[in-house]
Ligand binder design. Structure first.
Ligand SMILES: [Zn+2]
Ligand SMILES: [Zn+2]
Length: 312
């Protein structure tokens, strides 16, 4: 028979022996987390493999406008995991408004992501800003001034002048995302590189607009979001504090398993810092290490529920 001391030594030994398998397990983020930049994957299972792999309880999916059936299948097979979906359609086509209006009728809760080779203040996106305001749904736009590859092109250009859009469409809830949105946390961004490094020069357009306009929110997803929050540790805590109620967690991660497997930054050489890593995990770890548990919950759960009106 074991005496008390031997018994507790045995327990300690068991705990130590089980460490390797615990290290393999998905991280525990201390509560539910919703990934609001989850591109819908081919099969219901593939979505869940990623969520489970990175310990994320729920997703808000970005899809094409005609994805209602795929969404229904996912919801049926994995009840409660998907809290909503945004729809996208080719906004350069005249039928875009009708298609997106129908998607909202079919259950989509927002527009996005809208990633097209147009100007941020051009007629195509202006029509969408107006429609999103009319239908009272958020609109998520990919802003990018520098191509990642010779053939990629640029998207929703001219973010530095986006204040005019925030003024022109006061009822529209804008969600900023991608390279130019995040590079502009620094006031010295010159539309010259995709992911600027080094110290952030205070007073950047993004920081200012998030502070000044109640109708602009920020999507923390992708290498762009992670890079902006990683480049200057003196900048990040204050930025997250200032905009604690305006920032919404998402991953935009393309890894297959929630552990960095598969091709996680394909076709994007500038994002190689996150190659082989799961963006969902990386950004959650960064947030967890930077903000209080209350703020973490806001960024990863509450803000999305309020701004996107999520429901299972
Ligand atoms: Zn994007
Ligand atoms: Zn991942």
């Amino acid at each position: 028979m074991l005496n008390r001391r031997q018994f507790s030594q045995t327990l300690a030994g068991l705990a130590a022996a089980s460490l390797p398998s615990q290290a393999q397990a998905a991280p525990d983020w201390g509560g539910p987390v919703v990934d609001c930049h989850h591109h819908l994957r081919r099969t219901p299972e593939a979505n869940i493999v990623h969520l489970d792999g990175c310990g994320v309880s729920n997703a808000m999916a970005l899809t094409r406008a005609n994805s209602a059936e795929q969404i229904a299948a996912l919801k049926q097979k994995y009840p409660g995991r998907l809290l909503g979906w945004f729809a996208s359609a080719d906004i350069t086509k005249p039928e875009a408004e009708a298609i997106l209006t129908k998607a909202i009728k079919d259950g989509a809760i927002g527009f996005g992501e809208l990633k097209f080779h147009v100007e941020a203040a051009g007629p195509e996106l202006r029509r969408m800003y107006a429609l999103a305001g009319e239908l009272d749904v958020p609109i998520l736009v990919h802003f990018q001034e520098v191509p990642h590859t010779p053939t990629e092109g640029v998207f929703a250009t001219g973010f530095k002048n986006f204040e005019a859009m925030l003024k022109a469409y006061p009822k529209t809830k804008f969600i900023g995302h991608a390279d130019a949105f995040w590079a502009n946390v620094s006031s010295d961004y010159a539309n010259d590189v995709d992911y600027p490094k080094g110290k952030v020069k205070r007073g950047g357009v993004t920081d200012k607009l998030l502070g000044d306009y109640g109708n602009l929110y920020g999507d923390l997803a992708a290498n762009s979001g992670n890079n902006a929050l990683s480049r200057d540790p003196e900048f990040t805590p204050g930025f997250l504090k200032r905009h604690e109620s305006k920032l919404i967690y998402g991953s935009d991660c393309a890894c297959s398993d929630g552990k960095g497997g598969g091709i996680s930054q394909g076709g994007n050489p500038g994002a190689s810092r996150l190659a082989g890593k799961c963006v969902a995990r990386e950004t959650l770890t960064l947030l967890k290490n930077t903000v209080s548990p209350t703020a973490f919950k806001r960024l990863t759960w509450e803000n999305a529920h309020r701004v996107y009106r999520l429901k299972a």
